[in-house]
Design a protein around this ligand. Structure first.
Ligand SMILES: C[S@@+](CC[C@H](N)C(=O)[O-])C[C@H]1O[C@@H](n2cnc3c(N)ncnc32)[C@H](O)[C@@H]1O
Length: 287
């Protein structure tokens, strides 16, 4: 029996440090986790919520991978952003401060795949992902980019700021939920970036079919599906032919069938997994 398989003592809970799903995106980390037995067992006692909250933040502080990506509630994150415009930073800061997560049970209920049922939640990208989007778009002089999906506009803000700072350009966004589109538009307006975004309301599998010409960069930040291919996979198949050679794709959720596509040399991409969140795939179209 390996160390990792050691049975948990009765009356304890097991916490895996850096709990990565066992998918192809983290073969090295998965092996490392098994080899070094990165878990702790905690004896259950009558403890208040505050104890577990403290425990959670302690573990986060001591986990090196978490440290490589700054937490969204870390005030340092705003200071180190490549974005310089205080008006844009203020809106991003506000969105980060008002982040909230649905209760755990919401993901078990019958409406767990229904985007409308989660209309009050942004599920926005991490500030490190936003900074990378902004920097790469600036570096390549991007003029036309795709934001799938837009939600309440966090990723769109980073894209739109880069478009404006590049001297003009357009973010083509896609979002199914009308109320989120309204919020995203308001956030872009508050940041002074409304002129740089065209957010298309509806199913991305339709709204992104015709992007009106080559694009420079696409974010693929999807949504779980009850069955069949992931949205990320379906949308990358729609968007990839419209991306120019030399263009980038950034993916948030490491959907296995998305990774299969982007890592298959036949599809013309090379990619790497950045240690942000649970793995952020950054791909470059090479042919
Ligand atoms: C993870 S969130 C996107 C977060 C966003 N990139 C940000 O940084 O704020 C995914 C979004 O996909 C939307 N969505 C789900 N299915 C969709 C579809 N078929 N077409 C377009 N948007 C969809 C959901 O409503 C949700 O807002």
């Amino acid at each position: 029996m390996g160390k990792f398989d050691r049975p948990r003592a009765k009356g304890t809970i097991r916490i895996l440090l850096g709990k990565f799903s066992d998918n192809q995106s983290h073969p090295i980390l998965n092996a490392w986790r098994r080899k070094y037995c990165v878990y702790i067992d905690i004896k259950l006692r009558r403890r208040g919520r505050a104890f577990y909250r403290r425990m959670d933040s302690t573990l986060r502080c001591h986990w090196p991978l978490e440290r490589t990506s700054m937490s969204h509630d870390n005030p340092e994150a705003a200071k180190s952003s490549p974005i310089r415009d205080p008006r844009v930073l203020e809106v991003i800061k506000h969105l980060n401060e008002s982040r909230n997560r649905p209760p755990r049970e919401a993901f078990d209920g019958p409406a767990r795949h229904d985007a409308e049922a989660f209309a009050d939640y942004g599920f926005s990208i991490h500030p490190d992902q936003g900074d990378i989007i902004y920097l790469l778009c600036r570096g390549m002089g991007a003029k036309r980019v795709v934001d799938f999906a837009t939600s309440i506009g966090m990723s769109a803000l980073y894209f739109a700021a880069a478009m404006r700072d590049n001297g003009g350009g357009l973010v083509i966004g896609s979002e199914l939920v009308q109320s989120k589109v309204d919020t995203a538009r308001a956030n872009l307006a508050d940041a002074g970036l409304a002129d740089y975004a065209d957010i298309r309301v509806g199913d991305a599998r339709e709204t992104l079919r015709d992007l009106g010409g080559p694009i420079d960069f696409a974010l693929i930040d999807g949504w779980p599906q009850p069955h069949g291919p992931s949205l990320a996979r379906t949308v990358i198949e729609i968007v990839a032919p419209q991306l120019r050679v030399g263009g980038y794709v950034l993916n948030d959720n490491a959907e296995p069938d998305f990774l299969d596509y982007i890592r298959d040399p036949a599809n013309g991409f090379i990619s790497t997994t950045l240690p942000i969140k649970r793995g952020t795939e950054l791909a470059l179209k090479v042919r």
